[in-house]
Write a protein that binds this ligand. Structure first.
Ligand SMILES: Cc1cc2nc3c(=O)[nH]c(=O)nc-3n(C[C@H](O)[C@H](O)[C@H](O)COP(=O)(O)O)c2cc1C
Length: 372
């Protein structure tokens, strides 16, 4: 069993500071300390009549907030820590068949409206991650807080070929996770131009079909005990995200996660060079929210499957906005950096307060409101 570790413990720098002079190793230690008393269940100030539970792809969630992929490492302790701090479900950091080292520091740079990361999909590989998920499930099943025993874990895999995606999906289905997210933002090495799966509707659909087929086989091998809904995670940097969503829905996707980070770059004005070792990275946090809202809005119009809306959610009102655009559940990533790990409890409380103030008793009343 690995010790829990949080990604934001890596070195990162602020684009508005003298570069490379500020390295923060302790953000998550601070988060851990701020895992505070914001209502033990996360809804201290809410009215009992307010229903913040959600059902996503047939899976019941005690609240709609989902820890986004990549924010904490896939260790049982990290996943449980996020659940104890109010997450309705947690997503594992993207896992590949084999271990992967990732990029050198600095891997995260912040500015006033968001953060740019180039972690490089570092992960210990599938075998070790499956053991961590199994351990998390075991520990949650015996958790002293009964409400947490059914907290959901979403696996997340990536690969550079359709065959490896299918293999990884089949393997991780044995871990006990309740849903599986496919990170389509990596390049397909078999494509002539190495285009990411998320940018091409035909490739995204072929991949979805292959994963569904692999999971059907896994289910057969397990005497029908594995019923794993798949969420296809889409990227915002495409001309028409709804087209990709439609293609993966037709190929059998059970849900869509929208969106991943937006490609970006920060330059050091003294040297004129990119700040990140990898030069470019993925932008997330508050600056990403309007992009996420538009993507979710467009996808909602195009498909019937549910959307896990992700991108720039820092407050309860942000979460409500993504739901109004069409999200059934809401991913929370960079907010863990801005507000600490207790952001889940805080955002849940803010959602409940907003509902109370606006006479809304169930989240169902606001999902897709922008379209009505
Ligand atoms: C440091 C960091 C690492 C991430 N790693 C992954 C990853 O491994 N897999 C993935 O699917 N998304 C990854 N993401 C993207 C997030 O899951 C999420 O889609 C994105 O950050 C937008 O949400 P946010 O604005 O709430 O952070 C990462 C994001 C950040 C900030």
């Amino acid at each position: 069993m690995r010790k829990n570790s949080f990604l934001f413990g890596h070195i990162f720098v602020s684009a508005s500071q003298p570069l490379y002079t500020k390295a923060y190793f302790h953000i998550f230690l601070m988060s851990a300390k701020s895992a505070s008393k914001v209502g033990e269940k996360g809804f201290a100030k809410s009215d009992a009549a307010i229903d913040v539970s959600a059902s996503f792809c047939g899976v019941k969630l005690r609240n709609p907030l989902v820890l986004a992929s990549g924010i904490v490492d896939t260790t049982a302790s990290s996943l449980i820590f996020a659940i104890e701090n109010g997450a309705g479900a947690v997503t594992c950091k993207s896992i590949s068949l084999e271990p992967r080292k990732g990029h050198g520091s600095p891997i995260i740079v912040t500015n006033e409206s968001g953060m740019l990361n180039a972690v490089g999909l570092s992960n210990p590989g599938l075998a070790s991650s499956i053991e961590e998920i199994k351990d998390a499930k075991k520990r949650l099943a015996a958790h002293k807080d009964k409400e947490l025993r059914n907290a959901r874990i979403i696996g997340n895999v990536f690969a550079t070929s359709i065959e490896d995606f299918a293999k990884a999906a089949k393997e991780i289905s044995k871990s006990g996770c309740e849903m599986l997210e496919l990170n389509l933002s990596c390049p397909n090495v078999k494509d002539e131009f190495g285009e990411p799966f998320a940018c091409n509707p035909a490739m995204a659909a072929e991949l979805t079909k292959a994963v569904k087929k692999a999971l059907k086989e896994a289910n057969k091998d397990a005497n029908n005990k594995i019923n794993l809904p798949i969420l296809v995670k889409l990227a915002p940097n495409v001309p028409d995200i709804a087209k990709i969503a439609k293609a993966v829905e037709a190929a059998g996707a059970d849900g869509i996660t929208a969106i991943n980070t937006m490609p970006g770059m920060f330059l050091d004005l003294k040297t004129g060079k990119p700040i990140l070792t990898n030069k470019s990275g993925g932008y997330s946090g508050p600056g990403l929210k309007p992009i996420a809202v538009k993507c979710i809005y467009d996808i909602y119009k195009a498909v019937k499957i549910p959307i896990l809306g992700t991108g720039g959610v820092n407050t309860g009102k942000d979460a409500i906005e993504l739901m109004m655009a069409g999200a059934t559940a809401v991913g929370v990533g960079s907010a863990v950096y801005y507000r600490g790990i207790s952001c889940f409890k805080k955002i849940n409380n803010e959602i409940a307060e907003w509902m109370k103030e606006n006479n809304v008793s169930s989240l169902k009343e606001i999902i897709g409101k922008a379209h009505k």
